[in-house]
Design a protein around this ligand. Structure first.
Ligand code: SAH
Length: 399
């Protein structure tokens, strides 16, 4: 059994925990008793010595990530504990029809706070699991987490890969290597999403290798592209492009500023359609391209990376979204469809919609909303942690 760190909170700081908010900020702590180290099992108490829950301690702004709320009081975060938690996550994916979907072999198994597992991401790629841990405290438990995954998936599990190198600070890796390595040298896995084939670059790709959160939005796009000329900006591995061409778009142009992303897109196009004259790859900056292009696009997708990672850069992010959307709104053909996204946590749907409205005013176009979309059910949002709802999208028709 791990030694326990007792944490007593300042008066009033227990309220958020009683409402099941999964974080304890360092400023909320009054006193700590016991072994203080990153990864310590921490028991939380109110100022009146009332047990509130337990989690993992880390010397950081978010000092404790809570894994169990009172009255639950697991004595150890061992394999049995993780098995129960991860099985619950698995069951949810079963409920939403993802664990045995004949045409989809890629889904998110664990979505951090949304699965009551703050700091933990696990994605499933056709039998290969990719773990991404976002706190050094939690990293100490990767062994029992992996053991639990082996039990849950049994012989359906092909490999486990640890992709926490990018999410934990460089200093943490000074004399360490990620625990679970690749199953083969290429690091490529082929998956199916709604019947479309994709190569996922687990080793070098962004995030865990693929933007799983856009699955339903890609499907939605496919209803609007028939006989249309499509521009997919910020295309990464070509998710929206593959759906668009499969749904009989006349032509699809994919754009990303990263040459590596464009090479992935080309591989995926080839995998699905062989050599086709209907696809063009453009390695460029999205904003500059939109500003100078003479092409008449009838559908444009804008899916930029998170412009604001923190609250204090929110204003700049909003300006960025406004300019980008303005350029797309100016460029799009009459009655065109603009599918525009923001994945910045700090920009909520209301702010995003008013930002797009400001862009429409500047572009002088009439705009109506057809769909307001978000992330799919394998990225659940904890009601008490609304920050977890990070993906927002608007499908617009532009007169
Ligand atoms: N739509 C994609 C995910 C987009 S991720 C999908 O469905 O998979 C964001 C992408 O934007 C990354 O591939 C990144 O390389 C690209 N990017 C970042 N800045 C850019 C810029 N200024 N112009 C064009 N692409 C950019």
């Amino acid at each position: 059994m791990t030694k326990t760190l007792k944490i007593i909170l300042r008066s009033g700081k227990d309220d958020a925990i009683k409402r099941y908010h999964p974080w304890v900020f360092s400023g909320a702590i009054k006193k700590m008793e016991g072994p203080v180290f990153d990864g310590a099992r921490a028991e939380l108490f109110s100022n009146k010595d009332e047990y509130l829950g337990c989690g993992i301690y880390q010397d950081a702004t978010i000092a404790v990530r809570i894994l169990a709320f009172a009255p639950s009081r697991p004595q150890d975060f061992d394999t049995t504990f993780w098995e129960e938690k991860l099985r619950a996550a698995y069951r949810l994916r079963e409920t939403v029809g993802l664990t045995d979907a004949p045409k989809t072999s890629v889904y998110r198994l664990v979505h951090g706070e949304g699965d009551h597992l703050p700091g933990l991401i696990i994605d499933h790629y056709n039998g290969h699991l990719v773990i991404q841990i976002h706190s050094t405290g939690l990293y100490g438990f990767i062994g029992p987490i992996a053991e639990a995954l082996k039990t849950i998936y049994g012989n359906q599990l092909k490999s486990i890969h640890d992709k926490s190198r990018e999410t934990l600070p460089a200093s943490f890796w000074k004399d360490k290597e990620p625990s679970y390595q690749l199953f083969d040298e290429t690091g490529m896995v082929e998956v199916l999403e709604n019947g479309h084939r994709f190569l996922v670059d687990i080793r070098e790709g962004q995030k865990t290798g693929f933007f799983i959160d856009q699955r339903e939005n890609r499907q939605l796009l496919s209803y609007y592209v028939r006989n249309k000329k499509v521009l997919n900006t910020f295309c990464y591995s070509g998710g929206f492009s593959v759906y668009a061409l499969n749904a009989n778009a006349t032509e699809v142009h994919s754009l990303d500023s990263s040459a590596r992303a464009m090479s992935l897109t080309e591989k995926n196009m080839l995998l699905n359609f062989g050599k086709t004259g209907k696809h063009r790859s453009i390695t460029a900056d999205a904003m500059e391209y939109l500003r100078q292009t003479d092409e008449e696009y009838e559908v444009i997708i804008l899916d930029p990376p998170a412009y604001a990672k923190h609250q204090h850069v929110k204003h700049n992010a909003v300006q960025g979204y406004k300019r980008l959307n303005m350029e797309a709104l100016k460029a799009i053909a009459p009655n065109g469809i603009l599918f525009t996204f923001s994945c910045s946590q700090v920009v909520d749907m209301n702010l995003f919609r008013s930002t797009v409205m400001a862009a429409a005013i500047l572009a002088g176009r009439q705009v109506r909303i057809l769909h307001q979309v978000t992330q799919p059910a394998d990225h659940p949002v904890n009601l008490f942690h609304p920050e977890g709802q990070y993906l927002k999208g608007l499908m617009l028709v532009v007169s």
